[in-house]
Design a binder for this molecule. Structure first.
Ligand code: NIG
Ligand code: FE
Length: 411
């Protein structure tokens, strides 16, 4: 019966060690001295080498000679489409200005908005492609990209169209998130409720109609939008059949996570100031905690997210780059793996789950990617390492030797 099945196999990896990452498993869900078969772009079989059925002559056999296979990595929170850069603000911060002070004095997100509005769709695409390419070269096969630097109808749509084009340019799955409620554009100075009207009544309906987003995000913070305004955006998103998520408790605890839990959010992201009631709400709603060590590092934060409390309450933790020009100009998922361990004290197993199964869950695509299991898409990274913790331990030498998307070799 098994050998009958094997006639449809296109590719078989042999002599592999596999970090299956199945259900946030302990010890990476490791399967050593194993083989894995692909048919129709999906994982068709995996098991110990000794159980591998006889193969037909037409099967492509890839002997990985003891290397490790992981699911293709997933960066579940990025802002890689933007114009310009903010090196000037980096210098200001080095001289003592805070991220919040810069935002309050008209810099920060709003300065990237100006540069993004000025850029054409082609220019934004050309600027974003090397960022995506950098992540892809480190094993990323799925990514989330947010809008949020347009802040008017046309420019938000422009950003999401660029994200869509990126998905056609490289073999990476792109989940698009509409983040119109990222900051208050200058045209709406002193009228933030008026801007939220625009987000809810015009932007969300158009984004939904043109199928330009899978989810809606809000930056709920003192320097951004209130809990009440966040709730209005969530209601509009739900009316248009879009999932929600939130940038929450990054600089203060406003309780946005508890609100998001009531709206069945996929994830709550940042979370340095998350309270115990926020953790409990996430646990009850099965939300993913997306931790962003790059922003923590780059803003030189000192308050850690409540990692142990998240663990104790069985909240799944994802790790993402948050790649953006202000708080995390870092396009490296491998560095995030390292920082998740060094800065947040995650175990390497937790960190790797954070960029595979739990990241997939944070994007609502965990039925397709993020684990190596039969029926999942064959997005597979091949690493020249002798134990999975090496992916977190070292940085700067890329151990990726091959990358497969839907079973096709793409690197
Ligand atoms: O995730 N927190 C809000 N948004 C981004 C930062 C965006 C920016 O500073 O340009 C973040 O950190
Ligand atoms: Fe972010």
């Amino acid at each position: 019966m098994q050998s009958m099945l094997s006639q449809s196999w296109q590719t078989v990896f042999i002599n592999a060690n596999i970090a299956t990452m199945t259900q946030a498993a302990t010890s990476y869900g490791a399967l050593e001295n194993a083989a894995l078969a692909v048919a129709d772009g999906k994982i068709a079989w995996l098991g110990h080498m000794s159980q591998l059925p006889e193969l037909t002559a037409s099967v492509e056999v890839i002997d990985v000679d003891g290397q490790w296979l992981t699911p293709g990595l997933i960066d579940c929170h990025t802002h890689i489409v933007f114009g310009g850069h903010r090196a000037n603000e980096f210098e200001m911060r080095l001289q003592g200005a805070s991220y919040e002070q810069i935002a309050q004095s008209g810099g920060g997100i709003v300065s990237t908005v100006e540069a993004t509005r000025k850029a054409s769709e082609d220019q934004l695409f050309d600027a974003a492609l090397p960022r995506l390419s950098a992540l892809h070269s480190e094993g990323v096969t799925s990514i989330e990209i947010k809008s949020g630097y347009g802040l008017d109808v046309d420019n938000e749509l422009k950003m999401l169209k660029v994200a869509k084009r990126l998905s056609e340019a490289l073999p990476v799955r792109v989940q698009k998130t509409f983040l119109g409620a990222h900051a208050l554009p200058k045209e709406y100075k002193n009228d933030s409720d008026g801007y939220i009207d625009l987000v809810c009544d015009e932007m969300i309906p158009q984004v939904a109609e043109q199928q330009l987003a899978d989810a809606v995000d809000v930056f709920c913070e003192g320097i951004a939008f209130s809990v009440q305004q966040t709730e209005r955006v969530f209601q509009a998103a739900k009316q248009h059949g879009l999932s929600v998520k939130v940038h929450a408790e990054q600089l203060s605890d406003l309780g946005a996570t508890e609100l998001a839990a009531r709206y069945d959010a996929l994830s709550s992201d940042h979370l340095e100031y998350l309270s115990e009631s926020g953790v409990k709400a996430m646990s009850k709603a099965s939300m993913v905690a997306v931790l962003l060590p790059g922003a923590f590092y780059f803003l030189r934060e000192t308050k850690l997210p409540p990692i142990q409390m998240l663990r104790d309450n069985n909240v799944r933790m994802a790790i993402a780059s948050d790649a953006n020009p202000g708080s995390s100009p870092i396009n490296s998922i491998q560095l995030m793996l390292n920082m998740a361990c060094t800065l947040f004290r995650l175990t390497p197993n937790e960190a790797l789950a954070g960029v595979t199964c739990n990241a997939a869950r944070a994007l609502g695509i965990d039925d397709k990617v993020g684990e190596i299991a039969v029926g999942m898409e064959a997005d597979i990274a091949v690493w020249d390492i002798s134990q999975p913790a090496q992916l977190c331990y070292q940085f700067g030498v890329n151990p990726l030797t091959a990358l497969f998307k839907h079973g096709h070799k793409v690197r």
